[in-house]
Design a protein around this ligand. Structure first.
Ligand code: ATP
Ligand code: MG
Ligand code: MG
Length: 420
């Protein structure tokens, strides 16, 4: 993809925007862009520099993303709304063409990475609540204040607010940023040093999180409440919603097919029209994944059954039958449902309600399972207009429960076990 119309090749020390930004290392990439950690020599801060592919369609998409994130930043002067901030944008000419560049605040790992460090076991519910509160704050802001639908909410697009920010980390700040192209390529001395320190730092942070979370031993088949949960209690997980490349204003829908497969709402599959509530569906899927480490709906294609139909079947196994009127009401309904509202190709569904799944498979306590399901189920209503809004969800008792698993809880469970 590093050819005309594609990515711009960047080397450590490359300068952008008349020398203001200096490339430090690659942070990630996507279908549209590469993203680099850069040093902003004007503010002496680190930033994330997103360099878009140069072809026309990517330029168009960058213009759109800049329009959306500019609005987000402009209406949130106090930086309280849990959405990514745009610092600057400009164009950069390179051998592969002209690239739109966006400069964002530098954030940390995605919550998908957090789930991975935890070996897909699910985070303590207190942490899930923290993260849910951030996401809902962002969604309420987008939906109610700006009229924007994100359309691609998922763990990969929620980034932690960086705690190991290279600009305020004591170890890292001893090594100064790379201010010019290293002589003799990447093996230049200073680069080598900062690289290894950074690796160590990252590794240490990962190990700490992984160790802390994965050490939760099971207590009598009930989802564990342990010392570890208490350790994590001290860490304030703040995060922000990112990747607004596909976001749209609700009155200007962007495409018929939105959202990443596993987070896609039923009305999008059936093409019966979508709005803000489609983001709420993705939110519920994301919250489930955070708490359990597994995707809520992960349809597979097989034996002449489409991914869409398999997906609808999974939804009905967990949430019950889709009301006939909704099932047959979309442009694509005839592909999947007969006129009675039954799936055409999948006849036998294994009913598996959320609370049972949480207790049986994921070892939640009965109370935790009931409370969490009570929060999620209304958001997974097949009728989009019946789903609660982000604002309403923020009022839900589950979110406002202050950490229920405290030391006393753990100790009393422990002593019960010992008595037995
Ligand atoms: P996609 O195909 O997902 O739309 P994209 O080309 O639009 O990709 P982004 O998803 O915006 O690119 O960013 C690519 C990756 O860069 C992210 O997954 C993340 O790892 C990293 N990244 C993006 N923004 C930041 C940031 N502000 N701070 C730190 N890392 C970031
Ligand atoms: Mg992305
Ligand atoms: Mg994108």
């Amino acid at each position: 993809s590093y050819r005309k119309g594609g990515y711009h090749a960047v080397r450590v020390g490359d300068m952008f925007s008349g020398g203001r930004y200096i490339a430090q290392r690659k942070l990630g990439w996507g279908e549209f862009s590469t993203v680099w950690l850069a040093y902003d020599s004007q503010t002496s801060k680190y930033v994330a520099l997103k360099i878009q592919k140069s072809a026309r369609e990517f330029a168009q998409s960058a213009i759109h993303e800049i329009e959306v994130v500019s609005a987000l930043t402009k209406h949130d002067p106090e930086n309280k709304k849990c959405v990514i901030r745009l610092v600057d944008h400009f164009k950069h000419r390179g051998p592969n063409g002209q690239h739109f560049c966006m400069v964002f605040e530098f954030l940390g790992d995605s919550i998908l990475q957090l789930i991975k460090y935890n070996r897909y076991k699910g985070l303590p519910l207190n942490k899930v609540r923290d993260i849910c509160r951030c996401i809902l704050t962002a969604l309420d802001y987008l939906h109610r204040q700006l009229g924007i639908i994100h359309t691609d909410l998922k763990p990969e697009n929620i980034l932690l607010v960086s705690t190991i920010n290279p600009s305020n980390d004591p170890i890292r700040s001893k090594t100064s940023p790379i201010l010019s192209k290293p002589e003799g390529g990447m093996n230049n001395g200073s680069r080598y040093v900062s690289n290894s320190i950074e690796k160590k730092l990252k590794q240490r942070a990962r190990l700490a999180v992984a160790r802390i979370i994965s050490r939760r031993a099971s207590l009598g088949g009930v989802r564990p409440v342990t010392k570890t949960d208490r350790c994590l209690d001290g860490i304030d997980f703040r995060c922000k919603v990112v990747d607004f490349g596909n976001a749209c204003w609700a009155n200007r829908p962007i495409a018929d097919e939105i959202q990443t497969r596993q987070y896609r709402a039923p009305e999008v599959i059936l093409q019966s029209g979508y709005s803000y509530s489609a983001d709420m569906w993705s939110f519920a899927c994301t919250a489930f994944e955070l708490a359990t480490g597994e995707m809520m709906f992960a349809p597979k294609i097989g034996q002449g059954i489409s991914e869409d139909e398999a997906h609808l079947a999974l939804m009905m196994e967990m949430l019950g039958k889709i009301p006939r009127k909704i099932a047959v009401g979309g442009v694509r309904s005839k592909d999947y449902f007969d006129r009675y509202g039954d799936l055409k190709r999948i006849r036998r569904l294994k009913h598996c309600p959320l609370t049972c799944l949480l207790t049986d498979k994921f070892k939640f306590s009965v109370n935790d399972a009931r409370d969490f399901a009570d929060f999620l189920i209304p958001i997974l209503d097949f009728a989009p207009e019946k789903r609660p809004t982000a604002r309403q969800c923020l009022q839900h008792p589950w979110l406002n429960k202050s950490s229920e698993f405290n030391a006393q809880n753990v100790d009393s469970q422990m002593s019960k076990l010992q008595i037995k």
